[in-house]
Design a protein around this ligand. Structure first.
Ligand code: CU
Length: 154
């Protein structure tokens, strides 16, 4: 019995150590943009809040729906918006990182199967201290407001 409780205590300590950055982070409104039929890739968006006193970095992401998951941003190169992989997404202490269309995003590349509206994709964010956090991102059909081009003006 004593050994068992020692084992349990040890397990709790290691779990606590694993939590790290993930513990101080909350993720709001995660969603995956529904890709057009046969599109090989799509993006995931969310707001990552850091309630802790230390800056944290998201250094990787993974999900079961695509073969490759990358952290991306959009850059304006001579008036053309291009996507580029980034090594990390920094979330300042008491700050937030906003992943949104036209900006930072998690890129789901080489989709294993077509997605449907309402599907849920569990995305695991990995932090620079080795901790990780899973968020359930719902597949959402892009609305006009979320599109890069705005045709609302008359
Ligand atoms: Cu991208």
């Amino acid at each position: 019995m004593k050994q068992l409780s020692l084992l349990a205590a040890g397990l709790m300590v290691s779990l606590g150590a694993l939590a790290g950055a993930a513990d101080s982070v909350t993720v709001q409104d995660p969603y995956v943009r529904l890709a057009p039929p046969n599109a090989p890739a799509t993006g995931a968006f969310m707001v990552i809040r850091n309630g802790g006193d230390k800056d944290v970095k998201v250094v990787k992401a993974s999900n079961p729906a695509s073969k490759v998951t990358e952290l991306h941003t959009h850059l304006n190169e001579g008036g053309v918006m291009k996507m580029r992989p980034v090594p990390a997404i920094e979330v300042k202490a008491k700050g937030e990182a906003v992943l949104k269309p036209g900006g930072l995003h998690v890129m789901l590349i080489d989709l294993k199967a077509p997605m449907k509206e309402g599907d849920v994709v569990p995305i695991t964010l990995g932090f620079d201290d080795g901790s990780s956090k899973q968020v359930d991102a719902k597949v959402v059909r892009p609305t006009a407001a979320a599109m890069p081009m705005d045709h609302k003006h008359h």
